[in-house]
Design a protein around this ligand. Structure first.
Ligand code: SF4
Ligand code: SF4
Length: 858
């Protein structure tokens, strides 16, 4: 970085001693090295372990031979290097600059600091605010087990459940060391009015040392509930067996022996306990649906109580199923996209990342990502009639014919020179195989006879978090002094995930004069989507951030190609590698790459194919058939298209007269807007939302949307055969839960016939014979429709240039009203308040003062 070569270092009197073992420091060699030096600068990450030992080792040297020791502080006592974090290369370089005597050419050092300064500034000012926070795997038992009742909180522990810390709704914090779970509460409970806490404790930790924490807690007399999260694996570190191999019954016996009086077991399948022997007396078994009630009861139980939450780790379940160690789950879920309202209730209830957004002409809806779903089925708790389960269906997508392609005759690019170390950065989502592709590239370098190092910054990121894989190539191993790509030194960034690539950590490694960047334009939703149903992941905005830091930038939908050509998103990363190679940005030969893929030994043909698809995408994309983005790829409809599309839908919904009513009101809005504005925003909003409120999804409509052929097509694209079950809360017969909400029940395949019949009676809608129309929900929906259309009438008669913006805001209010039953009703109440607030400024055009801050959607 500073441009000091070994000769110059010799001239300046600089020498380096690399400590092999930091503690205990071998005294003789280091004393010999330091004797007679003027100054020693100790560079070590975090605490001054070496520095303090060095002081004592050199203490007895005569004054004339004992150097000044600097490190965490300089000789004047000013802070030089951090003692709490890893030290970056620019920090080291800056410390060295202060220490090296004058009289050397600092121009390269100055240029270096300019370069890293620019990269650092970009990382600060240009980084996306969107963060890829690690999250439980799809179907993880902790999605349910770590929920706490309102008014309670939980103390965190070590294990995957630690991620509850990142989820605001889990009210979980204060992580302890392994075996210390809940111990802070032993000291705290005396000094607070808070009567109780929950404590999360994994089964691996329980076996390791957590049982001792429970013993201490019992002795202390504190009131607390341990949730022993029995997922039958040490999941966070890769699914190892729990050493003790204790069963839930044995854990229950042990905690009873420790003095815990109240012990319950909660599980997703109570039938597993039908013949279980050895449970201590009084231990009750509950279904996970009762988790809330169980927790409410235990938080009022004095002393230490224990919930053993028994549900296998979802990833381990998938692994065991693949290896034939357990029968795969037979039931999968599909969401009828036409029925879905995009309310997000299923995401909130399941906390599951496999419930993904899918963009449609009617707005954002939900779909189940069948590749990542681990069939936990808790999304079924989403309150709507969109959910269907299929038992014993075959995955249709696996049998679909793969499109043919050929990479024959593609030009062979010149590969980059290795005169200097060459730096590659992969950015990706944890758990999607980025690190494997990085390892394959490093292996290819070895096959070529070159040196390569591969360093993965992952940690908890394996669980859907950000992954940065640093790969460094060189002719000789000793040219690679550090595994990390230094700041402003990436030669190429392969952005398998744009959110990570546009983050500060990645931007800091890029240099606008050096780095080429290639990005997968498909953005996998982050966990924020679970809490914010409107969260947008705008590929273009993220791309712009990366592009600003790159000398060359290109983007394409690698995930759509992976899905379309190889039926698995896992190949996205290898496609990206192929793309970068074909652009001449990877310093490995084609022969070595193919060999490395073979040596990797997993899905060799498919990985070869993926690499070649990437090459074609880079060199001759017209050879590939454009593939549909599974999360929706809908071009915006023109206003005419939008109006006609909705009118046609309303004809199907009710009849042509109903569609004409729609056309009339939209035409009125259009006529009123035309003299004022040409962008048609108001008309578009009215066309969109007038349809939404007119086509409210009552029983006839849901029945029609299951039988008009679209659902059959959606189903056939995903499954073959199998027994269908429809999950519905039929208003006339459904029971109510403790909150007064209707409970969903499943209905067999005969329901399709029922739907067919019901759909035929849509003509009764709104008449005296419409039995469903008498429910409160339908009355609210009709009123919403009529009020909204009346509101549009008023807008058309009083519209001015001044109140146009307010008119658009009013016309968009129904966007917030989504879902079914109590979910929709809650949304409706909130929307009414907002609408009333907006109307207060009408017709003057005064917008409410509390404006929402608009942050660029990404
Ligand atoms: S590895 Fe298992 S326990 Fe850990 S987050 Fe994934 S599903 Fe949950
Ligand atoms: S309507 Fe709501 S709960 Fe139902 S599938 Fe759609 S987003 Fe999920």
């Amino acid at each position: 970085a500073l441009g000091i070569d070994p000769q110059e270092a010799g001239r300046l009197g600089l020498a380096i001693f690399k400590v092999a073992m930091p503690w205990p420091l071998e005294p003789q060699a280091i004393r010999d090295f330091c004797t007679g030096l003027e100054r020693v600068l100790v560079i070590e990450h975090k605490r001054p372990l070496i520095e303090e030992q060095l002081r004592s080792v050199l203490y007895r040297l005569p004054d004339s031979q004992r150097p000044y020791i600097e490190g965490k502080f300089d000789r004047d006592g000013k802070r030089l290097l951090s003692d709490i974090a890893s030290i970056t290369i620019p920090e080291m370089a800056a410390a060295l600059m202060q220490t090296i005597p004058e009289g050397w050419d600092t121009s390269r050092a100055t240029a270096y600091f300019d370069r890293v300064g620019r990269a650092g500034e970009a990382a600060r000012s240009n980084a996306t605010p969107t963060v890829r926070t690690p999250h439980f795997c799809s179907g993880c038992p902790h999605n349910t087990s770590t929920v706490v009742p309102e008014g309670s909180r939980a103390l965190a522990g070590i294990g995957c459940h630690y991620m509850a810390n990142f989820m605001p709704d889990r009210h979980t914090d204060m992580t302890s060391q392994m075996g210390g779970e809940g111990i802070p509460w032993i000291g705290q409970h005396w000094a607070t009015d808070e009567p109780h806490v929950f404590v999360n404790l994994g089964d691996g930790t329980y076996s390791h040392s957590g049982s001792l924490a429970i013993r201490a807690a019992v002795t202390s007399g504190a009131t607390m509930t341990y949730k022993i999260l029995y997922n039958d694996a040490v999941a966070m570190t890769g699914g190892q067996h729990v050493e003790s191999g204790q069963t839930p019954a044995q854990i229950a016996q042990q905690v009873r022996a420790e003095g815990v009086r109240t012990i319950v077991i909660v599980t997703e399948d109570t039938t597993r306990y039908a013949n279980v022997k050895g449970l201590p007396g009084g231990v009750k078994i509950y279904d996970r649906d009762d988790m809330e009630d169980v927790q409410l009861a235990l938080r009022d139980t004095p002393g230490v109580s224990v919930i053993i939450y028994d549900q296998i780790c979802a990833t381990e379940k998938r692994r065991r199923s693949k290896r034939g160690l357990r029968a795969p789950d037979r039931t999968r879920v599909i969401i009828n996209t036409e029925v879905c309202e995009g309310c997000g209730d299923c995401s909130v209830k399941s906390n599951c990342l496999s419930v993904e957004p899918v963009e449609t002409d009617l707005g954002r809806k939900r779909r189940i990502n069948q590749s990542t779903c681990n069939t936990d089925l808790s999304c079924l708790k989403g309150f709507c009639p969109s959910f269907v389960t299929i038992t014993d269906g075959e995955a249709a997508w696996e049998d679909q014919e793969r499109p043919a392609f050929s990479a024959d005759g593609l030009p062979l690019p010149e590969t980059p020179s290795l005169a200097q170390p060459y730096n590659v950065l992969f950015t990706g989502v944890g758990g999607t195989g980025v690190t494997t592709v990085a390892a394959v590239l490093a292996m290819a370098a070895h096959v070529d006879g070159h040196a390569a190092s591969s360093l993965d910054m992952t940690g908890l990121a394996q669980k859907g978090g950000p992954v940065l894989s640093h790969i460094r190539f060189a002719r000789e191993p000793d040219q690679i002094s550090t595994g990390r790509v230094p700041p402003a030194s990436a030669d190429v960034v392969i952005a398998c995930d744009l959110v990570v690539a546009a983050g500060g950590d990645a931007l800091n490694l890029m240099d606008a004069d050096r780095t080429a960047a290639y990005a997968n334009s498909d953005v996998t939703p982050t966990s924020e989507f679970i809490r914010n149903r409107s969260k947008r992941f705008e590929s273009d905005l993220l791309s712009a951030r990366v592009k600003r830091q790159a000398t060359e930038f290109d983007t394409f939908d690698a995930e759509a190609l992976a899905m379309g050509y190889l039926h698995d998103a896992i190949y996205t990363n290898m496609i990206m590698a192929g793309f970068a190679w074909q652009r001449g940005r990877l310093p490995v030969s084609l022969r070595a790459l193919y060999r490395a893929i073979r040596l990797n030994g997993t899905k060799v043909d498919d990985n070869m194919a993926a690499f070649n698809i990437g090459r074609i995408a880079a060199a001759d994309p017209d050879r590939l058939i454009r593939q549909q983005d599974p999360r929706g790829d809908v071009p915006e409809q023109t206003l005419e298209e939008l109006i006609e599309d909705r009118a046609a839908r309303l004809t199907g919904y009710q009849n042509a007269a109903y569609a004409d009513r729609y056309r009339d009101i939209v035409a009125k809005v259009r006529a009123a807007e035309k003299p004022i504005s040409t962008d048609g925003k108001l008309t578009r909003a009215a066309a969109f939302y007038a349809y939404k409120v007119m086509a409210y999804k009552d029983e006839y409509e849901v029945a029609r949307l299951y039988t008009d052929g679209k659902f059959a097509k959606q189903l056939a694209s995903q499954f073959k055969g199998g027994k269908l079950r429809f999950w519905l809360a039929a208003p006339m017969i459904a029971k109510k839960d403790a909150d007064g909400h209707l409970e969903k029940k499943h209905f067999g395949p005969w329901m399709l016939l029922g739907f067919k019949l019901l759909a035929k009676f849509k003509g009764l809608r709104g008449t005296k014979l419409d039995l469903f129309g008498y429910t409160e929900e339908r009355q609210h929906e009709r009123k919403l429709r009529d009020d909204y259309l009346a509101g549009l009438e008023r807008i058309t008669s009083e519209l001015t240039e001044k109140n146009l913006e307010l008119a658009i805001a009013i016309a968009r209010v129904p966007d917030d009203i989504r879902g079914f039953g109590h979910v929709k009703d809650d949304a409706l109440q909130a929307a009414k308040v907002k609408e009333a607030e907006l109307w207060k400024g009408w017709p003057e055009g005064k917008l409410p003062t509390t404006k929402t801050t608009l942050i660029a959607a990404e």
